[in-house]
Ligand binder design. Structure first.
Ligand SMILES: [Zn+2]
Length: 148
């Protein structure tokens, strides 16, 4: 309420000042006062409209960014209540809980990290091939021996 009164006082003060200046030259205070108020109201509404458009564009950019983030670290998770599939963003910073798209119940997400031995085929490949070849030769000779 105080803000509205403050805004009205500012609008009237500006209109009064501009009208007084115009009145000195053209002797038409009331018309200048009315036009100045109208210009201020129209200008304010135009500014609000521009801000709204700007905000919408920013919002769309954020949605696109969010969708791209979701694509990179998005994980398909089944709801613990109804089993619906939910694509959720997973982060190591903070809470990963989400509301299910099916039943709207809040699910918690637990991340289980396990380690595994890294296999590197380039280090032992020649040895493996030799062992494999030796085994094949051994099996072949056994088969030959059994046949005889
Ligand atoms: Zn659910």
């Amino acid at each position: 309420m105080i803000n509205i009164i403050k805004s009205l006082i500012i609008v009237i003060a500006i209109a009064g000042t501009v009208a007084a200046i115009i009145d000195l030259k053209y002797n038409n205070f009331l018309q200048a006062f009315t036009v100045t108020i109208a210009v201020q109201i129209i200008g304010y509404n135009l500014l609000k409209k521009l801000q709204s458009v700007h905000l919408n564009i920013k919002n769309k950019e954020l949605q696109i960014l969010e969708a791209e983030t979701l694509k990179d670290v998005g994980v398909n998770v089944q709801c613990a209540y109804c089993g619906s599939s939910n694509l959720i963003p997973v982060t190591f910073q903070g809470d990963n809980s989400f509301s299910c798209v099916g039943c709207e119940k809040v699910n918690a997400v637990y991340i289980n990290i396990t380690s595994a031995q890294k296999t590197d085929s380039t280090i032992n490949s020649s040895v493996n091939v030799n062992v494999f070849d030796d085994n094949i030769e051994m099996v072949k000779s056994k088969i030959k021996n059994n046949d005889e």
